[in-house]
Design a protein around this ligand. Structure first.
Ligand SMILES: [Ca+2]
Ligand SMILES: [Zn+2]
Length: 396
């Protein structure tokens, strides 16, 4: 055993030395091979092929699942008949933002709410209180078939809610989600889920804000994510993408996926992956980000290719809501992964644009969903709450 192990170690050192020489001699930037941690077997089984027959670092969504024959028109599943294909997939929520509503920033109020008014980050520069970053519903709109989250400095902000909070000068942006946070009598907020789902396939097409000092994200979150028992099974924050790498995008685009569970305080757990990509995600075009969430694992895709797969935390079995959010630095120029994202300047503005969100469910996943709190189907009536019950992380 020992000898074999030694050989392996020597072998890898050699390999590193050789690839080091190759890298020095080659001016091309290096990209990360996609890491599926064994979950590529799902695609291989589906394709009926072995790992030798396909490039397992270049697996596509269609290698894992079959969505053929399904519509992609704006649609909301309301129970009853499932328009499912031969593989058991059916659409549950498709919004192409091709319909504009008169209220709710133009978003369908049955599904969406704008992220709640809040100060996101106080200014990190004492001499510049106006560097503070606020979320405001007025920064969200539906335009030309897209949901748009603007980001801009406003020195005379007149939104009534912001004004009542004393936020009239600063950096304003926001988000929208399938959950409404409503002020309660205890001075806190109730988290009312408007639409939630456990498992399925989630795909969005996004154009990033093209400006220093910003990042955006598409993520899923559950009301029970802060419960400290049961690891991630009773709720996991699933960051399908978190874009904070525009600043050092000269050679390669990087992108982060992450899972967070058991709250955000001392009990909080995290697992993430940041990969270097061949394509430029900041080229001013739309790019797709998607998640295949099965009862066994999470598989993340960028522009249709599987980039990371994991079952970290134990796979979440309870419904979660969708979030599209935009962020601005507050004068420090640091992003969420401890990297420099630059400074937001006040003389121009930028926007995060969402072309569509498409969510599908598979009949085979349905029996793995955790029972609801009251034993009835998950809905607004039981606030999509599961039977899981454990202490709650008070942090954040
Ligand atoms: Ca938990
Ligand atoms: Zn406001």
């Amino acid at each position: 055993m020992k000898i074999k192990k030694l050989f392996v170690i020597v072998g890898s050192v050699l390999l590193v030395a050789i690839s080091g020489v190759l890298l020095v001699g080659c001016s091309k930037p290096s990209y990360d091979a996609f890491t599926l941690n064994g979950w590529e077997y799902i695609a291989l089984n589906n394709l009926g092929k072995s790992a030798d027959e396909v490039d397992i670092t270049k697996l596509k969504v269609s290698d894992f699942i079959n969505l053929s024959g399904l519509m992609d028109d704006t649609y909301l599943y309301k129970g009853g008949i499932k328009f499912k294909n031969n593989s058991g997939w059916y659409p549950t929520l498709i919004d192409n933002f091709d319909e504009t509503y008169n209220e709710n920033s133009g978003l369908n109020p049955k599904i969406w709410a704008t992220s709640r008014h809040d100060i996101r980050w106080a200014s990190q520069k004492k001499s510049h209180p106006e560097y503070s970053n606020y979320w405001c519903s007025e920064m969200v709109s539906v335009k030309d078939g897209k949901a748009v989250v603007r980001a801009a400095y406003d020195g005379n902000h007149t939104c009534p809610v912001c004004t009542a909070n004393g936020y009239t000068k600063g950096r304003f942006t926001g988000g929208f989600e399938t959950r409404a946070e409503v002020k309660n009598d205890n001075g806190g907020y109730d988290s009312n889920i408007l639409w939630g789902q456990a498992f399925g396939y989630y795909e969005t097409s996004i154009k990033f804000p093209d400006k220093d000092g910003m990042w955006s994200a598409f993520w899923l979150q559950g009301n029970e994510m802060r419960e400290t028992g049961f690891d991630g099974i009773d709720g996991t924050e699933i960051d399908v993408y978190e874009s904070a790498f525009r600043k050092d995008n000269k050679k390669v685009s990087r992108m982060g996926h992450a899972l967070l569970w058991n709250g955000y305080g001392n009990s909080g757990k995290v697992s993430g992956h940041i990969g270097k990509l061949e394509q430029n995600l900041y080229d001013g075009n739309f790019h797709t980000f998607s998640l295949l969430w099965t009862p066994d694992c999470y598989i993340f895709f960028i522009d249709g290719y599987a980039t990371w797969a994991t079952n970290a935390g134990g796979v979440c079995k309870v419904p979660e809501f969708l979030r599209f959010t935009n962020e601005i630095d507050a004068g420090d120029g640091w992003g969420p992964h401890g990297q420099r994202i630059g400074q937001f300047t006040h003389d121009s503005e930028a926007a995060m644009e969402v072309e569509y969100i498409r969510v599908y469910q598979n009949v085979k996943y349905e029996s793995s969903i955790a029972p609801s709190k009251d034993g009835k189907p998950y809905s607004k009536d039981n606030n999509f709450e599961s039977h899981f019950d454990s202490p709650y992380d008070k942090a954040n």
